[in-house]
Design a protein around this ligand. Structure first.
Ligand SMILES: [Zn+2]
Length: 360
């Protein structure tokens, strides 16, 4: 019985203030406990750390890209036996709220959003994030078995892969031979490339910024048909030279860049699909002339989070693709979670920065 013991955790008490602590594992009536092995650190954690996500309520335990082992189950709401190694989906579904019944991926049964790494530790039983020894398995949590052969930190990349599949393949209904332009070469952009290629895309291009040199190189190594630094040359010309046509699908996975929306609408073919999976925060989009959507008869789709189908694909794909071992470039112990935040935010330098994980 874990109930009654305590779990080591890194508590974010406010922006930039990560405090090592122990939190009690209180009595639970339903669900269970997951013993965490590794947690990925992405832009979501960097926003929580920087205080740039104003919807968050501190204190909280950051970390939404969790891999671990089922440690205790108190009822039949968790269908995996104790000892199973799993990837834990970020979003928790209550199954009953308006959003859940309408098939939207973000449940708001708990505020600001019913998801791991986003809930305040004031919400019982407090352990809702990946930077802790244990995380609560809510009855609305969704788990996907992960092979024991995959290193835990590599397993955290299932989260990015699931998003890449959801955004580049599932939502735009990618067909074999179609061409995809990905704006942003971060972990999710690289994952979209891997997923699109695995799904039979004909051509995949990836665009990034000057500080993305190593990420663009990784994109080329992963089979991108074109990589381009958007400040070094005109992306439209680069796509025309490489593909000889306009892409069928453009995916925006940039980091807070409103210009990417103009670029996507401009570069996609008439009748094409634009998937917007990057939030812009307080960066407003000025002078968007919406006629481009009308005249080009575009489908514009917002995407937030990864689907269960994405996770299903990702946990299987990880077992077959050893190139992903190289993508998790930075690994830190729990005590150095602050440095992991800085690394993911690019504060420690962008060279060789691909993806970051904290491992227990
Ligand atoms: Zn719900």
């Amino acid at each position: 019985m874990l109930t009654g013991s305590t779990a080591r955790a890194m508590l974010l008490v406010g922006p930039g203030r990560l405090t090592p602590t122990r939190l009690p594992m209180g009595q639970i009536e339903t669900g269970g406990w997951l013993a965490i092995e590794s947690t990925g650190i992405s832009g979501v954690e960097v926003h929580a750390w920087n205080g740039t996500n104003r919807r968050l309520d501190y204190p909280l335990i950051p970390g939404h890209e969790i891999v671990g082992r089922v440690a205790e189950v108190v009822d039949d709401s968790i269908s995996f036996p104790v000892g199973t190694r799993v990837v834990l989906e970020t979003s928790i579904r209550c199954g009953a709220c308006r959003r859940c019944t309408n098939g939207v991926s973000s449940c708001t049964f708990r505020r600001p959003i019913n998801a791991y790494g986003h809930l305040s530790s004031k919400e019982p039983p407090a352990l809702w994030g990946g930077l802790a020894e244990y995380v609560y398995l809510d009855p609305g949590a969704r788990l996907h078995a992960l092979s024991d052969d995959i290193p835990a930190e590599v397993g955290t990349f299932a989260h990015a892969l699931a998003a890449g599949f959801t955004w580049a393949v599932e939502l735009p209904r990618l067909q074999t031979g179609e061409n995809v332009l990905i704006l942003g070469p971060g972990p999710r952009g690289l994952s979209a490339l891997i997923a699109a290629k695995a799904a039979g895309a004909g051509w995949v291009g990836v665009a990034g910024l000057p500080h993305d040199t190593d990420r663009l190189k990784m994109a080329a190594d992963l089979g991108a048909d074109m990589v381009v630094n958007i400040e070094a040359g005109d992306v439209g010309s680069a796509v025309a030279n490489s593909l000889g046509a306009r892409p069928d699908i453009v995916l925006d996975v940039t980091s807070d860049d409103p210009e990417a929306i103009f670029m996507g609408l401009d570069l996609v073919r008439a009748g094409g699909r634009v998937v917007l999976a990057s939030t812009k925060g307080t960066n407003a989009i000025h002078q968007l002339f919406s006629d481009i959507v009308v005249v080009k008869e575009l489908t514009v789709r917002g995407a937030f989070g990864a689907s269960s189908a994405g996770y299903h694909w990702a946990t299987r794909h990880l077992a077959t693709d050893d190139r992903i071992d190289q993508i998790v470039s930075h690994e830190f112990p729990l005590a150095e979670a602050g440095r992991a935040m800085q690394a993911a935010g690019g504060v420690l330098g962008r060279d060789e920065l691909l993806a970051v994980a904290v491992t227990f």
